[in-house]
Design a protein around this ligand. Sequence first.
Ligand code: NAP
Length: 293
Amino acid sequence: MKKKLIITGASGFLGYHLLRMASADWDVYGITHSKGFDFKSAAAINCDIRNYIELGNFIDDIEPDAVIHAAAISDANFCEQNKELSNDVNIEATKNLAGICCDFKIPFSFTSTDLVFDGKQGMYKEDDAKNSLSVYGEQKSIAEEEVLRIYPEATLLRLPLMFGAQEASATNYLQKFIRQLKKEEEVYLFNDEYRSVCGARSIADGILKLINNTGIIHLAGKEKLSRYEFGLKAAKAFGLDESLLLSSSQKNVKMAAPRPADVSLDISKALSFGFAPFSVDEELKLIATHKYF
Ligand SMILES: NC(=O)c1ccc[n+]([C@@H]2O[C@H](COP(=O)([O-])OP(=O)(O)OC[C@H]3O[C@@H](n4cnc5c(N)ncnc54)[C@H](OP(=O)(O)O)[C@@H]3O)[C@@H](O)[C@H]2O)c1
């Protein structure tokens, strides 16, 4: 019999990848909220994770062998303008879930972000000082500390900017980008915003591999790329016109949530635990040739 895994945020972008990567080895229960998901090999559970009682009852009924917490309000600009709501989901619900998992001694993986750093240094290691620039980054940073305080054996995964499959229920910036290039529209991409960009398939695989680890682990790609450099790779993989990509500076664009310049992550620790991400080119090729899942 397969072990049972609960994934929160199952209707989200990372959830889409986690459901598909996990279902071969686990009986998967995916928690959704306002949307559903179209994946028959996992059971869908509708629950607002801010409802502590309902969440606890589901976990009590299912008796999972592990919980991956990928639900969040992940839109940094939305968090900037909706602090109370995003606080309730990103911090309070995360604390409650960590507490429930601690009480039942269920391995708990929390998905955090590279945006807990200010981007002045780059290639951050797990114990480097945090200093988030945005409300979203700050909420995730507080949630990290609360999770480790409540449940020190939890696994805390800091993730990078991800790209992935082009499904209606799992949107990410790659889809919009490809649509624009197909319509022969020019696309401005920052040449001064660096990330350890990684495909979400590799990240989902890594999260599942490290499910029984503890402490903070950086899970990201091996390459540090600007958004412009990533755009060139994506255009090439999809056979689209690279000359439509225009290199620009983030200094010229005003955004609700400030964005750090370089939050690339040192992933030596994850690699030593067996994390083996595809390169950006390899994962883009899998998506472009429909060999992703
Ligand atoms: N995407 C990235 O590049 C990236 C980078 C770094 C870190 N991360 C982290 O990775 C995790 C997943 O991100 P994502 O990109 O997959 O986010 P996403 O696509 O925005 O999905 C968010 C998920 O959270 C769920 N959710 C939100 N509020 C909820 C509530 N009150 N109750 C229950 N579920 C709720 C949503 O459910 P409904 O849609 O059904 O409402 C959705 O399934 C997050 O922890 C995020 O901080 C993501």
